[in-house]
Design a protein around this ligand. Structure first.
Ligand SMILES: [Zn+2]
Length: 487
């Protein structure tokens, strides 16, 4: 192994070892720390603030659509899981089970929530009687437990936070509208708030959620060429409603079985955010999601008279930016060196730094320094709020463009198996290739190339291939699918 080089902040370089860099950023930027139980993490205030902003945006959209929040217990009777065999088959190795409580062995073991389809659907049977009760749209913001063997902060931990939407509809058509609405929320959220250009598409039958007919997902292309499944939306058909005997009377008074959906986005999203935008100096936050968009730094050069004047000037700037609706924080902690303060704000990814010292005070200006590309320019105090708002929008757009470019650069179109293999043996990338959509062919691809299907992109549904052979076998290809190695 070659010796690692660190930058001035003690971070591993992203280009040298992205995995070590990621762990360094998570710890040093104050996002999360490891905990006593292996595979669990403590989300620290800076990391939790990102989650709170994520929640605020999504929760607003859910409620506008009539989705109501609720909360179900974390403990689920094992018998409920056993009623849904297909579901438990997909989950059992990761299931945490309570066998003892209150000093006694329990008569029936209790599962710790890995997801809530079973316990929520059981209640739907009590709450739904008539077509007038539909659609029923619930969501909960909660924690889930999946006992993971291989863990990674934010990306894969034994306990994580998420939202799980659960809805019931009269028929498939209405349920599918909900599935696609949720998927669009997630896509829009990543594009407009996280400034990430993801792939949006359908999962293959072997990669879908065990209890679903169809699973749609958001796939992020991590800069190392690996894939991060960053949100999912499932059409559950009537699998759970049948098992749990959910029925409704339609307008003609006939008994019908309703169709169901579920959809979720977790704290894993924050992992994607770190990976996509971060650089050798640490975290880089898009202004739309940054809990603090601007830091105003006072520079006084150890002169107490100047310190007082600078504190006042910083206060004025803070006030006008706050009044313009911007999220601003000030730093006039002169006890620390300027270099340390700048390094620290850069590490934490604050999109814009405003520096004010004697020179700026005298000329009634401020120096603006962008976190994403380190460019600096001077702005007049009188125009500051307008200029800062405009600059934040530019940063947001530039980060998205960069993400889009990186995604496209890391996606390679191939048509033969030789090309497929030689491409991934050179470097990890997403591969787009014609595929027969046969599960045994997919299993063979996984075995030989260590990659799985990521998704069939939504905008390629219409593009049905004819006269094209599958990239791996002799069967005709149906669509071009994306393949990649997952996190
Ligand atoms: Zn094939």
């Amino acid at each position: 192994m070659t010796e690692k080089s660190f930058n001035k902040k003690g971070l591993t370089k992203k280009s040298e070892n992205i995995s070590d860099w990621y762990h360094d950023v998570v710890l040093r930027a104050g996002l999360a720390e490891y905990s006593d139980i292996k595979g669990t993490m403590i989300i620290k205030p800076h990391g939790y603030a990102l989650w709170e902003r994520t929640q605020a945006v999504l929760d607003g959209w859910f409620k506008e659509d009539g989705v109501q929040n609720c909360y179900f217990p974390i403990f689920i009777p094992m018998s409920l899981f056993e009623k849904e065999k297909e579901h438990v088959a997909g989950f059992s190795p990761e299931l945490a089970v309570v066998t003892h409580a209150g000093g006694e062995e329990l008569a029936e073991p209790i599962a710790v929530r890995p997801t809530s389809e079973t316990v929520i659907t059981k209640k739907f049977a009590d709450w739904i009687q008539s077509y007038r009760d539909l659609p029923m749209k619930l969501n909960q913001w909660c924690n889930v437990v999946r006992w993971e063997k291989r863990t990674y902060p934010f990306l894969r931990t034994s306990e994580f936070l998420w939202q799980e939407g659960h809805t019931v509809h009269t028929d498939k058509k209405d349920a599918m509208t909900m599935v696609m609405t949720a998927l669009e929320w997630y896509a829009k959220f990543y594009r407009e708030h996280y400034a990430i250009a993801p792939y949006v598409g359908l999962k293959s039958q072997s990669e879908k959620f065990a209890g679903a007919d169809e699973t749609y997902s958001i796939e992020i292309v991590v800069p190392d060429g690996k894939a991060l499944q960053a949100a999912t939306s499932h059409y559950l058909a009537d699998h759970f409603t049948k098992v749990f005997d959910v029925q409704y009377l339609n307008e003609a008074g006939e008994k019908k079985i309703p169709h169901q959906t579920s959809w979720g986005l977790s704290t894993r999203a924050i992992g994607g955010l770190i990976f996509v935008h971060g650089d050798d100096s640490g975290l880089v936050l898009p202004p739309a999601i940054a809990p603090q968009q601007i830091v105003v730094i006072g520079i006084a050069g150890k002169d107490p008279v100047m310190e007082e004047k600078i504190v006042t000037y910083v206060g004025h700037i803070h006030k006008i930016l706050k009044e313009a609706g911007l999220r601003v924080v000030s730093d006039v902690d002169f006890r620390k060196t300027l270099g340390y303060r700048i390094n620290d704000w850069e590490l934490r990814g604050i999109p814009l730094r405003i520096e004010v010292g004697a020179k700026e005070l005298e000329s009634k200006t401020a120096t603006l320094a962008r976190r994403d590309n380190f460019s600096k320019h001077s702005a007049n105090f009188d125009l500051l709020s307008v200029e800062v708002s405009a600059l934040l929008s530019i940063i947001q757009k530039d980060l998205f463009k960069k993400s889009e470019q990186s995604r496209d650069d890391l996606t390679v179109d191939v048509s033969t198996w030789d090309e497929f293999k030689s491409t991934i043996s050179e470097k990890k990338v997403f591969i787009r290739a014609p595929w027969c959509e046969d599960a045994s062919c997919e299993a063979a691809i996984k075995e030989e190339a260590k990659v799985v299907t990521r998704c069939l992109e939504l905008d390629r549904f219409q593009e049905v291939l004819s006269g094209t052979t599958c990239v791996h076998c002799d069967k005709p290809a149906i669509h071009k699918w994306l393949f990649g190695q997952g996190y």
